[in-house]
Write a protein that binds this ligand. Structure first.
Ligand SMILES: NC(=O)c1ccc[n+]([C@@H]2O[C@H](COP(=O)([O-])OP(=O)(O)OC[C@H]3O[C@@H](n4cnc5c(N)ncnc54)[C@H](OP(=O)(O)O)[C@@H]3O)[C@@H](O)[C@H]2O)c1
Length: 337
């Protein structure tokens, strides 16, 4: 079978190699991967800026969808021919995450899924939503589940609340779509007027260009009668976390998802802004299998279709990673396998 492999860090070093099709062990399922989507994490794992702790040859990418082809011994919950999506935090089945359930992440502690066939433990899969193509379903495991878990499980999003989504990447666009389906008002930030227009078409009620308005939190306050939004998910870290905290109202929720501009969260705002406004800052770590099933029900009932920027073939793997690195994308970058 074909598998994408890295033998050293760097997205120019991807090779497409012929390797043996894996054989499912006890409690494992063999999957014919049909589509893979990329996350910011895949980029920083491949270029070596996130962790040195990978063993080469390394098969990248964690988000995939496909068909069940064969079952290992003792697998009872899946049948050959089922359409499935891979759960990223493999052992987080339900409830709260802890160190043990966070131990195994796909393409980090296990091989990735950018290959024609992979073996995955039977408990680390969910049924693909019936209304989605394989390409669409492959976008869900990290970005959509992070947005769902943050908004629905952690922030307890209510009809009529206002949600601020930051940028037009994977997590933020799923947050927009989920919050819209839940009856929220959406304010979005973005880097260009072209992206702002697209965000409006996708359902944003107001958009702020943070390059035109570097103090975008003031715009968010003026769009909310000086009160602030109920919920925001911070995706950029260093450059945005203080502004995120200044954008939410009393009892507001700030989910810390990402660190695109840096991971150092020196705040430089008055402690009273957090304590005397009763704010909640919540660390996020994707979501459980139980939450993934709830997300997929909502996707089917509301007929939500993920926003796909570009679909590449497996031979274009370097182009796909470059597209992510350039940051010009809107939504998800997908490889059809
Ligand atoms: N904790 C978790 O569970 C979890 C889960 C998923 C992702 N993440 C993290 O969340 C972040 C976003 O992931 P993603 O997959 O959605 O990334 P992505 O698809 O690459 O999207 C990133 C978007 O962020 C915006 N952006 C870039 N730099 C920015 C800045 N300095 N200030 C504000 N916005 C900026 C850009 O959109 P515009 O040009 O429109 O502004 C860009 O397209 C990453 O750091 C990722 O590692 C964490």
């Amino acid at each position: 079978m074909k598998a994408v492999q890295l033998n050293s860090f760097g997205i120019n070093n991807f090779q497409i190699n012929e390797v043996e099709i894996p054989i499912p062990k006890r409690n494992e399922v063999l999957i014919r991967i049909k589509a893979v989507s990329l996350n910011y994490l895949d980029l920083i794992l491949a270029n070596g800026s996130f962790s040195n702790d990978l063993s080469f040859p390394y098969i990248p990418a964690s988000d995939g969808s496909g068909l069940v082809i064969a079952l290992g011994e003792e697998v009872t919950q899946w049948n050959v021919g089922d359409s499935v999506v891979i759960q990223y935090v493999q052992n987080w089945t339900k409830g709260k995450i802890d160190k043990e359930s966070n131990r195994v992440r796909v393409a980090w502690q296990t091989p990735g899924v950018l290959a024609e066939y992979v073996c995955i433990p039977a408990h680390g899969l969910v049924k693909a939503p019936e209304n989605l193509s394989f390409e669409e379903a492959a976008t869900l495991p990290i970005a959509a589940l992070t947005a769902w878990h943050a908004l629905i499980n952690q922030a307890n999003l209510q009809l009529g609340q206002t949600v601020l989504v930051q940028g037009s990447g994977g997590v933020s666009l799923f947050a927009l779509q989920i919050a819209k389906a839940a009856g929220a008002r959406i304010i979005a930030t973005t880097s260009s007027n072209e992206k702002a227009e697209r965000l409006k078409v996708l359902g944003a009620d107001a958009v702020v260009n943070y390059n035109e308005y570097p103090q975008w939190q003031d715009k968010v306050l003026s769009l909310t009668n000086g009160e602030g939004v109920d919920i925001t998910l911070d995706v950029a870290g260093t450059d945005t976390i203080a502004k995120s905290l200044l954008s939410v109202k009393e009892n507001g929720f700030v989910g810390t998802a990402g660190f695109i501009s840096g991971a150092d969260l020196a705040l430089n705002i008055h402690e009273h802004k957090i304590n005397m406004s009763f704010l909640r800052i919540q660390g996020l770590a994707v979501g459980s299998v139980e939450s993934f099933k709830a997300l997929n029900r909502a996707i089917e009932v509301n007929d939500i279709h993920p926003v796909i920027d570009t679909i590449f073939s497996i031979d274009q793997v370097q182009d796909a990673y470059r597209r992510l690195e350039e940051g010009k994308h809107i939504g998800k970058i997908v490889l059809s396998i």
